[in-house]
Design a binder for this molecule. Structure first.
Ligand SMILES: Cc1cc2nc3c(=O)[nH]c(=O)nc-3n(C[C@H](O)[C@H](O)[C@H](O)COP(=O)(O)OP(=O)(O)OC[C@H]3O[C@@H](n4cnc5c(N)ncnc54)[C@H](O)[C@@H]3O)c2cc1C
Length: 287
């Protein structure tokens, strides 16, 4: 195991394998570091190169048990420290996730940023979160005591808030194979690259014989957590496309009550709400 102590007596740990990492995670109150692209900003130190983290650091970005993208028992399994570029380049990655990754940060950030870091950071503007919620991804958490699995929508419960226990790490993300023949992704940001989302919108649909057989809608950065309504989706399933197009105003009204954005440095609440509802209309019209 590598252990380095900085001047402020903070320790940096890097172990040989996952088991040793989990043991240390259980015994030491350390902050997990994967790619560091969120942590380095959160704890930036204007006067020094080293970040201002007043906790021990447990590095996991090298662990081969947490890397890789594969199909296991009919499900896609993505290791938590897979970088966003690795995901973008892999044929197994669900296309809607690839679309979101292509517009996330810059190539150099995506080369080091991990999917587990994006999820654990739990930002309402986290760009991989809306597609993962739309495709009903499962988060696999691991601790020295064992493993637990839960839907991503249950893992994140507020801005920066997750149900991750102090002795756990995200080990992987599991995705069931699903079939859609319409995939719609729009990110609205100040610039095309390197800008956090003012809104991100994911729309997935399966259309057969002019009928909507399946639909998933997830809207990010317009509420404390990604907006998705299985209730509304259920009502839309089975409808003829003509019918859907006639009722777009009503569908917008239903989503409107779920969209509660905030004013912040990136955008205003009213702009976010209007754009989200326009993207919804645009997606439904495109079916
Ligand atoms: C210039 C710039 C532009 C950016 N643009 C975007 C953007 O457009 N969209 C976007 O969504 N994000 C953006 N980000 C944010 C960031 O790059 C992503 O959220 C990234 O995926 C975080 O991954 P990481 O490995 O760097 O996380 P880290 O910084 O290492 O960790 C982030 C958090 O997750 C925890 N963590 C990490 N891995 C695990 C794990 N396996 N288990 C448990 N906890 C874990 C850490 O303890 C920390 O709290 C940007 C960042 C920068 C610096």
């Amino acid at each position: 195991m590598l252990q380095i102590q900085w001047e402020n007596e903070m320790n940096f740990y890097k172990t040989e394998n996952l088991q040793a990492t989990l043991k240390l995670r259980n015994d030491v109150n350390a902050i997990i570091l994967a790619g560091g692209t969120d942590l380095m900003v959160k704890y930036r130190n204007p006067t020094l190169i080293l970040p201002n983290i007043e906790k021990d650091i447990l590095y996991i970005g090298h662990l081969k048990e947490l890397k890789g993208i594969a199909i296991t028992k009919g499900k896609i399994r993505i290791g938590a420290v897979s970088t966003l570029n690795e995901l973008e380049e892999n044929d197994i990655t669900p296309p809607i996730l690839k679309k979101a990754i292509k517009e996330l940060a810059s190539l150099s950030i995506r080369n080091i940023a991990t999917i587990g870091g994006n999820i654990a950071n739990a930002s309402p503007a986290g760009d991989t979160i809306s597609p993962l919620i739309a495709i009903d991804a499962t988060i696999i958490l691991k601790s020295i005591k064992g493993e637990r699995k839960l839907p991503i929508a249950k893992f994140i419960f507020g801005p920066g808030k997750t149900v991750l226990e102090e002795n756990e790490i995200i080990e992987a993300i599991e995705i069931n194979d699903s079939k859609f023949n319409r995939e719609y992704y729009k990110k609205v940001g100040t610039r095309h690259a390197n800008a956090l989302s003012k809104i991100n919108f994911v729309g997935l649909a399966l259309i057969e014989n002019d009928s909507l057989m399946d639909i998933k809608i997830a809207i990010g950065a317009v509420a404390p957590v990604v907006v998705r309504s299985e209730q509304i989706e259920k009502k839309l399933k089975g409808m003829k496309l003509k019918e859907i197009k006639k009722t777009i105003n009503d569908i917008q009204k239903e989503y409107s009550s779920l969209i509660n954005p905030i004013d912040d440095q990136r955008s205003t609440a009213i702009y976010r709400k209007n754009i989200a509802l326009n993207l919804l209309k645009n997606f439904l019209q495109s079916l």
